[in-house]
Ligand binder design. Structure first.
Ligand SMILES: NC(=O)c1ccc[n+]([C@@H]2O[C@H](COP(=O)([O-])OP(=O)(O)OC[C@H]3O[C@@H](n4cnc5c(N)ncnc54)[C@H](OP(=O)(O)O)[C@@H]3O)[C@@H](O)[C@H]2O)c1
Length: 237
């Protein structure tokens, strides 16, 4: 059975969790990684209830030891690795502490380096698919988001370098630019007034985002896409 690893798994109605559920439905054994065991267990229970196979792995994406242990659990049939971990760190640059800025980079970029490196080491002779979750921040700087913009932009460049460095070894690296708010728990529960203002039409449909990852995973070697962007029809971009 092929294995997938998804790093950055939180609430069931979230991108990380829905990536786990979809790839389990496609027949992969899924390692769901995040920092909160109860959330991961809910995701793994949902995978099992749908007839799939999954395992919860508590791992902090910024820790080399946690990342290596996570990949050790994947065994020999690692086919897909998704780095979905990311935080949105608003704030004006002049007011920002060095620790705050550095933490944004650790979660969005450094963790992606640890994850991508471990995946490249573990993929077998047939290679594998390595996908990073991006955001509007990956492509541009914006006021009040200097830390997030710089770390997501750096992750994108890192992903591009990995794509060029390891493509010939059969490693398909993809980057998905999620351009706008996701219609999931984070926005709906965390920012209910904002979610109400946007409405369902103004938030990106999670299933639609997941379709993009499946598309990348299923592409033949002779027709690889590096980057996909997804946004609602209402998004100004
Ligand atoms: N939500 C949006 O509107 C939106 C928009 C554009 C792009 N994105 C991108 O989409 C991705 C998913 O974000 P999401 O906010 O929607 O969340 P999500 O996919 O529902 O869950 C991601 C989970 O990652 C976990 N996480 C955070 N820091 C971690 C760390 N250091 N190590 C391991 N796991 C960690 C968190 O759970 P624990 O705290 O339990 O670990 C969080 O719930 C991110 O890369 C984000 O930048 C999100």
């Amino acid at each position: 059975m092929k294995t997938a690893i998804v790093s950055g798994v939180g609430p069931l109605e979230g991108l990380g969790a829905q990536l786990c559920l979809r790839f389990a439905r496609l027949g992969l054994h899924v390692l769901a990684a995040g920092r909160t065991e109860s959330k991961l267990q809910t995701v793994v229970d949902a995978i099992a209830a749908a007839g799939g196979s999954g395992r919860a792995v508590v791992a902090d994406a910024t820790s080399e030891a946690d990342t290596e242990r996570l990949f050790d659990l994947a065994g020999d049939d690692l086919a897909l690795a998704i780095y979905n971990t990311g935080n949105n760190t608003p704030g004006r640059i002049a007011d920002m502490s060095p620790e705050y800025f550095e933490n944004s980079w650790r979660v969005c970029c450094f963790g992606g380096f640890l994850f991508g490196r471990a995946a490249i080491h573990r993929f077998g002779n047939d290679g594998g698919t390595l996908i990073f979750t991006g955001a509007s921040a990956s492509l541009r700087g914006r006021e009040n988001f200097g830390a997030f913009n710089s770390s997501k932009g750096a992750l994108r460049n890192l992903a591009q370098a990995m794509a060029k460095e390891y493509g010939r070894d059969g490693v398909h690296v993809g980057h998905v630019v999620v351009d706008g708010p996701i219609g999931g728990e984070k926005i709906k529960k965390g920012l209910p007034e904002y979610a109400a203002k946007l409405g369902d039409e103004g938030m990106i449909n999670i299933d639609g985002i997941v379709d993009g990852y499946v598309f990348l995973y299923q592409q033949p070697r002779q027709a690889w896409t590096f980057e996909l962007d997804v946004r609602t029809s209402l998004e100004k971009w």
